[in-house]
Design a protein around this ligand. Sequence first.
Ligand code: PLP
Length: 375
Amino acid sequence: MAERRVAYVDLSAQYREEQDDLRAIFDRVMTEAQAVGGRDIEELEHSLAKHHGMKHAVTLNSGTDALRLGLIAMGIGPGDEVITPPNSFVASTAVIVDVGARPVFADVLPDQNIDPAKVEAVITPRTKAIMPVHLTGRTADMGAIMAIAKRHDLMVIEDAAQAIGAKYQGQFAGTFGEIGCFSAHPLKNLNASGDGGFVLTNDDAMAQTIRLLRNHGLADRNTVVRFGTVSRMDTLQAAILQYRFARLDGIVERRRKNAALYTKLLDPELVFCPPEQPNEFIAYHTFVVQVDHRDALQAHLAEKGIGTAIHYPIPIHLQPAAAPLGYKRGDFPICERQAERILTLPIHPWLNEGDVEAVAVATNDFLASRRKNTH
Ligand SMILES: Cc1ncc(COP(=O)(O)O)c(C=O)c1O
């Protein structure tokens, strides 16, 4: 029997499911010929803010600009320090450097999220903000992080790029700090057909600053009140996102179902899957396991036609670009060890039970045979 191939992502399957609706949306937006701004942007912002119980949602061109403009709106710049984890997509650190501030790393917990105790240990008089990253769609320990921020009078900007729909103690990721930043990149749980992102905030002035900066600092058609650049979400992407936002709960449920099946099938003696805690609701943007023989397992799965990924193989403090920050190997031992052991298994909503089972069985069998050989 031919082996079952399991794709890491399958955006064509998403399109097959949605194509009649998306064609109608495309036709309407093209007919209305409002390519930038307009009703679709306003409606999406209204839906996002309302759903999250926040005053403002501001749509943008990417999660990266959500973070970058968020930092600027918080007044962060040269001379300031922002504490963030070293195991993230590079954007979270890069934007701190981009606004002229200094990223200060704090190591992570076994679940890959920033360790609040390590955050507190690196606070200095220059620290202005904490930027937790809700990696994999699991919220960082926001209870502890918000308590630290309060104690030290710091702001919090949440990198919720991977975490739409995730909750901590029943509260949505991205609604704890001054600003929550989200990505609508095609691979995210709420995905545009291109780049997109948005911020959530209850702060009127910060929302206003981000609205200005995304549109050349224009207060009206001809008046520039602050020099900015262009970072708007396209109207077509907003229309697609509004349609998909209504279906997001179903998408998260399908991912959670796949995660539950993996958790049931993967051998806990061989595979560490950080369990969901009672105070968490994980959105499972990714399903990351921690294993011995990671590279060999990934190669074995690839041979069987099973796609996987590594998020992320090189911690940010060890990237060549980070050399001026002065960190070295050994500074963040938990993150560094995880970087050698993490593997992201396919979890997209268009997998069926047989797919998940095939990945779990192939993983268990390979790791069991490795263990037998090394004993
Ligand atoms: C943790 C994290 N931060 C920031 C980003 C940046 O988002 P975008 O790709 O939309 O710019 C991403 C996604 O790519 C991410 O995963």
